[in-house]
Design a protein around this ligand. Structure first.
Ligand code: V07
Length: 264
């Protein structure tokens, strides 16, 4: 029993990354992967570095995972970069975080364009500093014609706020007699969310051992498979992403082609 387990593990380690990638591509891939990129501060603390060093390292992981997800054939990657709660952090840390989109795009945008990636953003833009918005809008603009991976950053995003905004918009449509109460459906609410142009995530990943949603895509994750790992975000790599995808595919296989939800 244990020997079998050990052999299985060794086999897994020994299979080259490319081979694992190719095997994953033979089966149904998650079309949309969403990630809560946790553990940057802890990564830095372990090395006696300031928290911002962890954020900076985490930024490099974003680039690595984006290019790999694109290579594998994932359609959409949504990354939780900055939550509405993150404003409570020390001013200096917030200022550093707000510089990261510029640094990221300044360094990597040419390669993202070359790799056909489309940059998008969801969240409340109003409160973001001008310099942050400028960099992101420019990237969105310059990648709008691409048709590869959609790289969707959740910036100043909170899911309950997103739902409240959607409800307000619908209320206004009713008030202005554009729709009737009976026309309020799940689909209508879905179409008033910030993700209206995206599919729902098939796979949610959260790193760093926390097992919470933290106000992330509450509506959109209703049927999503969750995958949690103790790996800290700056240590997350191609093999980790493949492991999450393999786990997703194993679960999918277990449903044995059953369509729809089996709740009983
Ligand atoms: C941030 C690095 C990843 C770990 C999580 C916290 C720190 C990339 C971006 C980004 C955002 C928008 C964009 C291009 C890049 C980013 C923030 C934090 C606020 F268009 N990484 N990263 N933004 N971290």
């Amino acid at each position: 029993m244990f020997n079998k387990l050990i052999r299985k593990n060794e086999k897994k380690i020994n299979i080259h990354l490319d081979e694992r990638k190719e095997n994953a591509q033979k089966e149904q891939l998650p079309s949309h992967i969403a990630i809560i990129m946790d553990g940057n501060g802890r990564w830095a603390k372990k090395r006696s570095l300031p928290r911002i060093a962890g954020h900076h390292e985490g930024m490099k992981t974003v680039k690595k995972i984006t290019l790999f997800a694109n290579e594998v054939g994932i359609d959409t990657l949504t990354l939780y970069a900055f939550s509405t709660e993150n404003w409570k952090r020390p001013k200096m840390e917030v200022e550093f975080l707000m510089r990261l989109p510029e640094e990221f795009l300044g360094t990597y945008l040419p390669e993202l364009i070359e790799q056909n990636v489309q940059v998008r953003m969801m969240g409340n833009h109003d409160m973001l500093p001008e310099h942050t918005k400028r960099a992101i809008y420019k990237a969105m603009d310059e990648t709008a014609q691409n048709d590869g991976l959609i790289l969707n950053f959740a910036m100043n995003y909170g899911s309950r706020d997103e739902i409240v905004q959607a409800v307000k918009r619908i209320a206004k449509q009713i008030e202005q007699k554009e729709i009737l109460e009976d026309e309020i459906t799940e689909e209508l609410l879905t179409n008033n969310l910030m993700t209206k142009d995206l599919s729902e995530p098939d796979l949610l990943i959260r790193t760093s051992g926390e097992v919470r949603l933290s106000n992330f895509m509450l509506w959109q994750l209703a049927y999503t498979e969750f995958w949690f790992t103790d790996t800290l975000w700056p240590d997350f790599d191609e093999a980790c992403l493949l492991e999450a995808i393999e786990s997703y595919q194993k679960r999918n296989r277990r449903y044995g082609g059953l369509k729809g939800e089996e709740v009983n």
